[in-house]
Design a protein around this ligand. Structure first.
Ligand code: GLN
Length: 542
């Protein structure tokens, strides 16, 4: 029997609902249960694929090619369960599906309304998970009280009423702000937020109270009294240094125990949390530190590189080192003087990106890493920049660029119009819609025998997630290989360059895919483990 846990948020956004949900998932797993996490997003975009990373943070891509919310990345990193297309939906997607059915005549004779048609569609999204796990954790994006969230709250209220309180509970995440003048944490916003939730018919079973300092019992009791919640279910969720401490601290405050008690389930056994204790120990007691430069363009919103930041942390955990990230705006390299910012780093990474701004700076960063023999990791756009750099500076073809920035003299990176997915060929033309039409999701690559990547992966066939529109033009491969580059990973049909490396360099790898999406704290991606190892070696040289 599947049980449902709905997670809502109140008071303000960015309370870490996604992280809390993911951590609860990990705690239930540690007690031997299977979990599935999903997210309902109240915005009107069909998916976040077309949103600016500045607006929404990273777009997380699943194996089955969905462009989803970054919280799905947390879910996967904490539970190890690969997220899928059906784990995230939005108001836009719900309406699109209802409206296309209306046009087909599926509702002939009816007036289409938010209740029941939209709410039914939302409930169907939740219900189709039935039987897929012991617990389905369903996070509602946004903040209670927003106009956009109402249909979702109404839908989960109805859903809970249908399956009953023995199979569904509500957890509400709130904030207790500290007011310095009063010298205390304030409970009123939480009381109001719960009141708001009650006004739509939802009574939370558990409150997860975020605060930047200890919550006194007196305050917990007060919240319990005003919100009709037993004291032990008013759970303090205090700030921690590393997100990987969250499962342990929430367990310490009784979150998983109370969840099981809400369902009348046995909560007496102690969960095995040794994986998390080990991770936290490695984070808190590193043997040394390394500094990695991330040369990008969304550097003032580090959420845009969420999975990447985490994958680097995972590489650090595996090597028991602390990884300090130095974010550098690529544009600052375009005036020569600034490249010195790379002098003190032990490794350089150019991440995924879109559009021309900052590209000349990224190319300079690649050249610096290649010539100075500093470990270099190019991810997606970062691989494309590495190939453009080599074409310009090693082949002497100064007009080399990507057609992403308009027509160019030497299109070493260009638009491919078809590729093979499974047994079928996917075709794409230059003027299709921009939403959902990139090369998305898991694709295999064959690795060259004896290459660095083959030894890192310990395999000659890999599968990694993609999200890009442009490809390295395979026509340039033989010429670039005469200059010391090695295209050590190709699509199995040999048409698309997937990986480039420089054998005569301590560590220089560019990949057309996003390895960071599959990295976990307890199972770091091998490329990140190896990259951080190379950074450690570099740190010993300087
Ligand atoms: N802008 C490039 C492309 O579309 C790279 C995309 C990326 O880095 N994810 O191919």
């Amino acid at each position: 029997m599947t049980r449902y846990i709905f997670i809502t948020g109140g008071v303000v956004s960015s309370l870490g609902k996604g992280l809390g949900s993911a951590a609860l998932g990990a705690l239930l797993q540690a007690r031997g249960y299977t979990v599935r996490l999903c997210k309902l997003d109240p915005y009107l975009n069909v998916d976040p694929g077309t949103m600016s990373p500045f607006q929404h943070g990273e777009v997380y891509v699943t194996d089955d090619g969905a462009e989803t919310d970054l919280d799905l990345g947390h879910y996967e990193r904490f539970t190890g369960r690969p997220a899928t297309q059906t784990d995230n939906t939005t108001t836009g997607r719900i309406y699109t599906s209802v409206l296309s059915r209306e046009r087909k005549g599926d509702y002939l004779g009816a007036t289409i309304q938010v209740i029941p048609h939209i709410t039914d569609e939302i409930k169907a999204f939740v219900r189709e998970k039935d039987g897929s796990a012991d617990f389905v954790l369903c996070e509602i994006g946004g903040t209670v009280g927003d106009i956009e969230s109402l249909p979702f709250l109404e839908a989960i209220r109805q859903f809970s009423n249908e399956v009953g309180t023995t199979r569904s509970i509500f957890i509400h995440v709130t904030l207790l702000p500290y007011i310095p003048a009063a010298g205390e944490l304030k409970t009123k916003p939480t009381q109001h937020s719960v009141k708001e939730l009650m006004s739509v018919g939802i009574r939370p079973n558990i409150l997860l109270c975020r605060a930047d300092r200890e919550i006194a019992d007196e305050e917990r009791r007060k919240i319990g009294l005003f919100c009709n919640i037993p004291f032990e279910r008013v759970i303090p969720a205090l700030d921690v240094k590393s997100i990987y401490e969250v499962p342990l601290t929430y367990h310490g405050e009784g979150l998983d125990t109370e969840v099981l008690r809400c369902f009348d389930m046995d909560a007496t056994k102690t969960p095995d949390l040794s994986v998390w204790t080990d991770i936290v120990d490695r984070i808190k007691n590193p043997e040394t530190r390394v500094r990695v430069a991330i040369v990008g363009k969304y550097t003032n919103l580090t959420d845009s590189y969420k999975s990447l930041n985490e994958a680097l942390v995972h590489g650090g955990i595996a090597n028991r080192v602390a990884v300090d990230l130095k974010f550098i705006e690529a544009e600052t390299f375009e005036t020569d003087g600034h490249i010195h910012a790379l002098e003190d780093v032990h490794a350089i990474l150019v991440p995924g990106g879109f559009g021309q701004r900052g590209t000349e700076g990224k190319i300079k960063a690649v050249q610096f890493a290649r010539e100075r023999k500093i470990p270099y990791f190019g991810i997606c756009f970062g691989m494309q920049m590495a190939v453009i750099e080599a074409t310009r500076n090693l082949l002497g073809l100064k007009g080399a660029s990507s057609t992403e920035f308009g027509a160019c003299e030497i299109p070493v990176v260009g638009l491919m119009t078809e590729w093979v997915k499974g047994n079928a060929t996917v075709e794409r033309s230059a003027n299709v819609d921009l939403g959902g039409t990139m090369r998305l999701g898991a694709y295999p690559a064959a690795l060259k025998k004896g290459s660095l990547v083959e030894s890192i992966y310990g395999s000659s066939l890999i599968s990694e997630r993609h999200r890009h529109r442009y490809e390295v033009n395979a026509d340039f491969v033989p010429k670039l290989e005469t200059k010391g580059l090695s295209f050590s990973g190709l699509s199995p049909d040999g048409r698309l360059p997937e990986i480039v490396e420089i054998p005569d360099h301590p560590w220089f790898i560019g990949v057309q895919y996003h390895p960071e999406l599959k990295s976990k704290p307890f199972d770091a991606h091998p490329l990140f483990v190896s990259f951080i190892k190379a950074a450690i070696a570099q740190s010993r040289l300087v």
